[in-house]
Design a protein around this ligand. Sequence first.
Ligand code: AP5
Length: 222
Amino acid sequence: AKPAPLRIMISGAPASGKGTQCELIKKKFGLVHISAGDLLRAEIAAGTDNGKRAKEYMEKGKLVPDEIVVLMVKERLMQPDAEENGWLLDGYPRSLSQTMALEDLGIRPDLFILLEVSDEILIERVVGRRLDPVTGRIYHLKYSPPENEEIASRLTQRFDDTEEKVRLRLQTHYQNVDSVLSIYDDIIYKVNGNARKEDVFAEIDKALSSILEKREKMDSAS
Ligand code: AP5
C-alpha cells in the first residue's frame, strides 16, 4: 500500500521562491498545490465581491481579512484531490488567527518549510518577475528567462510587483511570521533560499523523500 500522502506548508517573504519551489515539488511528489495568493487572484479575475475587497488590501501589501481567506482555503483543502494526493499549502497560514483556525480543525502539516532570503535579493526578484498567463509558469527576466520569443511577448507582471509595494508586503510579512512560526516550532525546516532554484529544491527534496522513506519502512514493518 502507498504511504499516507504528504501535507506540507511553505512560507517565506514575498518573492522568496515559494511558487517556484511549489512547481518543482508538485512535479516530483504529485501534491495538490494550494496558493492563497493564486486563489485570491482568481477571485479578482472572476470579478466577485470577495475579489474586489481582496484587491484593496493586496494593493496596500496588507493581509486580506480572515473572513475572506479562511473559508476560501479551508474549502480548497477539503476537496477530495487534496485529501487523496496530499497537499502543499503556499502562503497560508500567514497570521496567528489563520494558524489557530487550522489547529481548531485538527489540520497540521508534516513539515513547515521556511525559505530564508535576504531583503536585497527579494527586491530584485520581485521587480524582474514575469508570469505566463497561458501556462501559469513563473519567470524572471535575469534568473529564469523565457525559452523563446513567443513566450517572451505574452509575459505579464503582477499589479503588486513594484519596489514600493514589495516593501509594504515585506513589512506585513515580518510583522506576522514569528507568531506563525511559534505554533510550528517542532516541524520547521529552514532552507537557504538565496541559492539557485535547483539547489533550493535539492534541500527540500531531501527532507520530503526522507519523510516518505520513514513512512514506507513503518508501513512494511507493521
Ligand atoms: P502571494 O501571491 O502569496 O505573494 P507573496 O507571498 O508576496 O509571494 P510571491 O508570490 O510574491 O513570491 P514567491 O515566494 O511565490 O516567489 P516566486 O517563486 O514567484 O500574496 C499576494 C498578496 O495576497 C499578499 O500581499 C496578501 O495581500 C494576499 N494574501 C496572500 N495570502 C494571504 C493570506 N494567507 N492571508 C491574507 N492575505 C493573503 O519567485 C519570485 C521571483 O524570483 C520569480 O521571478 C522567480 O523566477 C525568481 N526566483 C525564484 N527562486 C529563485 C532562485 N532560487 N534564484 C533566482 N531567482 C529565483
